[in-house]
Design a protein around this ligand. Structure first.
Ligand SMILES: [Zn+2]
Length: 104
């Protein structure tokens, strides 16, 4: 049995945006980034220092509502996508809790 890894904590630093499994990792990354900025602040603090933050992701855009693309003109199955015939499958995205399992 495998446990699904859910990254529901984030950290934003001047280097970018990163997701983590635990609050401790996100907090440590933020602290490391702040310490780095302090080390570079001999001639004044960077404007970017105020972007450093970390917290919890409540919802993330998640693929859902998968539909098989069908080219049968006589078919009216509502679970098929009869419009986007250049693809094999279409989907929608909705905001969901991180780690939400979506059935295909
Ligand atoms: Zn169909």
């Amino acid at each position: 049995m495998t446990t699904k890894i859910v990254k529901s904590w984030f950290c934003r630093t001047p280097e970018g945006f990163e997701l983590f499994e635990t609050a401790a990792e996100a907090a440590r990354t933020a602290q490391t980034a702040l310490d780095f900025e302090r080390g570079m602040a001999d001639d004044g603090w960077s404007d970017e220092v105020t972007c450093i933050c970390w917290g919890q992701v409540f919802q993330v855009a998640t693929a859902c509502d998968f539909k098989a693309v069908c080219t049968d003109d006589d078919c009216d199955d509502p679970d098929h996508d009869h419009v986007n015939v250049s693809m094999d499958e279409t989907c929608d995205y909705q905001l969901m809790e991180p780690g939400t399992e979506v059935r295909r």
